[in-house]
Write a protein that binds this ligand. Sequence first.
Ligand SMILES: [Zn+2]
Length: 349
Amino acid sequence: MIAMPGLLIMTGPWRSESSVYGIRSASLSVSAGPTLSRTENCAGLITACCSSVPERAISTIRQEGSKIMLELPEVLTLVRQLNESVKNRRIRKVWPPTKAHKFCWYNGEPEEYDKALSGSRIAGAEGFGTFAELIFDNGRKLCVNDGVNLRLMPAGKVPGNYQLMMELDDGQALVFTVAMYGGIFEHDGSYDNHYYLASRNSTSPFAQDFPAYYLRLFSESKPTLSAKAFLATEQRFPGIGNGTLQDILFEAGIHPKRKIGTLEQWERDKLLQAVMKVLNDMTKHGGRDTEKDLFGVFGGYKTKMSKNTAGTNCGQCGGTILKENYLGGSVYFCPECQHQDLAGQHPVM
Ligand SMILES: [Zn+2]
């Protein structure tokens, strides 16, 4: 815990069971505090807050508050597009936020970002977990997390409000906006935010050693954990969140509430295959059709279980796709294809 008076105020309510209300009131009280507004302290705030906020609450504010929620396929799509579109472009000027956003955090003062980045060249972009990061030829980096909306557009078409804007030497601009909450962190490579490091050091589902990593985590996790909680909480798999997990579980034929201790070995392995296959499909198609890319275009991956398909017919069995609230967010599933109880499971093939 960072020794800072403001942060101590927050930790109390966040530990309470009325987590959703708690996180809101706590966050509001802190961001209104005198010591914590768009400063280095606020970058630390995410570290401190996220480690003490119940995953359920985080999931809820994500679900309720924002239409932008990048997960690994969207992060990798964004990074590919950045590398194709702005690599080698020089930064003409970095513009600070047009107005303060209560839940947008920076590393230091955003007014100082221009000094750090102006005149440098974009050497490339990288994506890991829920972070996309621009790398500059002067050794500086700028990363954004999953709540930040990053768009490339002509400088003349930049909207009136943004949380950061980067004018490039070719007449285009990178525009950063935040709907619910998000972080735009400029740093020198030594940034040590908890979530950043968790994403940075995670084993990618596309890495060769991912199956071994998955099996180790599976064996170490409590058998009473649900399939959704296993995939999307505790930073076990940064980049898999409440969006991508819906199709992963459908592909695996596993109900979101199913306890992982009830999974047969073949189901555990099927879930592993589903993680790798579905994330690969989503990435190949430029992200999910519920999220937008660098150019503001929806991804080409057609989600099977999402807000777009709730109430429609399952493509596999024709049954109705259901939506339920679970673990602080919505789950979408087909009750025919994804049974919750062992008794209803498909026989071993
Ligand atoms: Zn079905």
